[in-house]
Write a protein that binds this ligand. Structure first.
Ligand SMILES: [Fe+2]
Ligand SMILES: [Fe+2]
Length: 190
C-alpha cells in the first residue's frame, strides 16, 4: 500500500505536509542512529492518522475497538489522537508492525523506556522543518549528536507549555523525562 498517497488523500494539506516532513526528519535521524529507515518513514507519514477524526469520533471508535484509555487521555484531544490513531492504523489500514504502532501510540506523551525507534519518531515529529519554537535550531543541532539530550530539551519545553496553558500533564510525560535524565547521566558517566 502507498501510505504517502493515502495520507495525502485523507489529511488536509497542512497536516499532510507536517506528516511528510516528520517522515523526512525520521529518516535522517534513523540514518544517524542506525534504525530502519523505511520503517521510520512509514511511521512518520502515518503518525497523525488519528487527527483526521474529531474528538467525538475518536472516543466512539476507541469504545468500539474496546480500547481502554486513562482519564487524562480521554479528556485531551491533543493526547487522544495518538493511542486511538495507533489502534486505527491497525484496524483500518492493517498496519501490524508493533514498533510502528507503539511509536504512534506514544508520540504525544512519550513513555519510560522508549525504544530507539520510538524516540526517533517522537523527536522527528517535534523538530521537522516546519516546526518553530524558541531554540529549535539548537535542538536540531543536538539531535545530530545526542538523541536523548535533544529529547530532553523537547520534553522540557512540552511540559512547560502544558503548565503555562494550565492543561492536564500526563504522568507518562514525567516518567519519560525522568528516564531520559537517568539515561543521559548513565551514558555521560560511562
Ligand atoms: Fe500528533
Ligand atoms: Fe505530529
Amino acid at each position: 500500500m502507498n501510505y504517502s498517497y493515502l495520507m495525502k488523500e485523507m489529511l488536509d494539506d497542512e497536516l499532510y505536509r507536517h506528516c511528510l516532513y516528520t517522515a523526512e526528519a525520521a529518516v535522517s535521524l534513523a540514518e544517524n542512529y542506525g534504525v530502519d529507515k523505511e520503517k521510520a518513514y512509514l511511521a512518520g507519514i502515518v503518525h497523525d492518522y488519528g487527527k483526521k477524526y474529531t474528538k467525538h469520533e475518536l472516543l466512539k471508535k476507541a469504545r468500539a475497538m474496546g480500547l481502554s484509555l486513562d482519564r487524562i487521555t480521554r479528556r485531551q484531544e491533543k493526547l487522544l489522537h495518538a493511542p486511538v490513531g495507533a489502534a486505527l492504523l491497525e484496524e483500518e489500514l492493517k498496519i501490524e508492525d508493533n514498533e510502528i504502532l507503539k511509536a504512534v501510540a506514544y508520540h504525544t506523551t512519550g513513555r519510560k523506556g522508549m525504544s530507539l525507534f520510538e524516540k526517533v519518531i517522537y523527536l522527528a515529529d517535534k523538530i521537522e522543518k516546519s516546526r518553530e519554537f524558541e531554540g529549535i535550531e539548537e535542538v536540531r543541532r543536538i539531535a545530530g549528536i545526542n538523541l536523548d539530550k535533544a529529547l530532553l530539551a523537547v520534553i522540557d519545553k512540552a511540559i512547560c507549555s502544558v503548565l503555562d496553558r494550565r492543561l492536564l500533564l500526563h504522568p507518562r510525560s514525567v516518567t519519560f523525562r525522568n528516564s531520559l535524565l537517568a539515561e543521559i547521566e548513565e551514558n555521560d558517566y560511562n
